[in-house]
Design a binder for this molecule. Structure first.
Ligand SMILES: *Cc1c(COP(=O)(O)O)cnc(C)c1O
Length: 371
């Protein structure tokens, strides 16, 4: 095609940013206070605001979502196995393994791609310490079923809620479900602090070990009680978080509007599966994945063709975590046929604050010429 070169590129993701003036204003006091990190004033302000916004009983900020997840697993002092999904970002599984725990891979549901609670029960043994479901793409896990498992078997339920910022289930913030939830505020996420993350948790006695764990295990100037790491969110990033939180309603609204344009174009397509509208769930349109059914073109070919036309996409999540070279020998045989099928046919389409309706129609027009 000759007009290829004149086509505007459409990125997969483009981070939201407050105006430079707004950010400058927010950080200007740091030149006076010289308090740049270690849980300063901006940090405390953002922590309080996010706790409220996410509906968390308790909440702590971290330098990134991964650090939050490792510290939560560590604070619970778990031993043994953690039942989880292979259909997630590497971070989820790395956190389990790096905390000395053993992942057990369970399959996902075919409609919303979250951990299948019915199948989870098959893997529960004396060794099971926790369940770690992922609200993948902002789809809410079956929180009621997970809660039942938690109560019946006395297990911890820890959610990877990296994608679920702003999601509500039955009017309640997603952070209020389970024993704990991890959020990621990485620049590619819908709400961000450049890098950053948070742990929401029910049991307030976790506050002390979590505070220590993200700060080298220090519990006093001369006391090191725990084998901690360094995962503190600094004041500049906290300031970015404060600014971005002022715009969160606008950010969510734009994504919902854009997501609904995709929905309208792609729903009912005989060879494309899109995410469902879950009952009693406020959706955040964190990602827009499509799963190709039997079709004239493969997922990889479609990705290639879109790229040739300037449209960037990603295979979130391919390969499955159990197939990573670092895990394959031990976990490659996991019985996860649905996760495998989805992973082989999924493609995430461009969706970000500022994407235009015209751009979405262009993406859909291109898809429809080949699928
Ligand atoms: C982004 C992400 C993480 C890691 O978060 P960081 O803030 O980048 O450390 C973990 N799990 C999932 C599902 C993610 O998408």
């Amino acid at each position: 095609m000759d007009n290829k070169k004149t086509e505007q590129k459409i990125p997969l993701i483009r981070p939201f940013m407050p105006s430079m003036e707004e950010y400058m204003e927010e950080i200007s006091s740091l030149w006076t206070t010289r308090s740049l990190t270690n849980m300063g004033q901006k940090h405390r302000q953002l922590e309080e605001a996010l706790k409220e916004y996410l509906g968390a009983a308790n909440l702590q900020l971290f330098a990134n979502g991964h650090g939050a997840l490792e510290c939560v697993l560590s604070a619970f002092q778990l031993k043994g196995e953690v039942i989880t999904t292979p259909f997630t970002f590497a971070s989820t599984i790395h956190a389990i393994v790096r905390c000395g725990l053993t992942p057990v891979f369970c399959d996902i549901r075919p409609d919303d791609f979250t951990l299948d609670a019915e199948k989870v029960e098959r893997y529960i043994t004396k060794k099971t310490a926790a369940i770690l479901p992922v609200h993948v793409y902002g789809m809410a896990c079956d929180v009621a079923a997970m809660e039942k498992i938690q109560k019946t078997y006395g297990l911890k339920v820890i959610y990877d809620a990296a994608h679920a910022f702003g999601v509500k289930v039955r009017g309640r913030g997603i952070a209020s479900y389970g024993d704990a939830s991890m959020f990621s505020f990485h620049a590619t996420k819908l709400y961000h602090t450049v890098e950053g993350g948070a742990a929401a948790f029910q049991d307030e006695t976790l506050a002390k070990p979590l505070t220590a764990l993200k700060d080298f295990g220090l519990t006093g100037p001369e006391t090191v009680d725990l084998t901690g790491c360094n995962s503190k969110l600094d004041e500049f990033r906290s300031a970015m978080g404060i600014c971005n939180l002022r715009h969160i309603e606008e950010i969510l609204k734009e994504r919902q509007t854009a997501g609904m344009v995709y929905d309208k174009r792609l729903s009912g397509h005989p060879r494309i599966q899109i995410l469902p509208q879950q009952q009693d769930v406020t959706r955040n349109y964190a990602y827009y994945p499509i799963v190709l059914k039997e079709s004239a073109i493969s997922r990889d070919q479609l990705q290639q063709k879109l790229m040739e036309h300037g449209v960037l996409t990603r295979k979130y999540f391919y390969p499955l975590c159990c197939d990573f070279p670092c895990y394959q020998a031990e976990y490659g045989q996991s019985d996860v046929p649905i996760a495998r099928a989805v992973s082989d046919h999924v493609l995430c389409l461009p969706l970000f604050f500022g994407i235009t309706e015209g751009e979405i129609h262009r993406v859909c027009d291109l898809i429809e010429t080949w699928v």
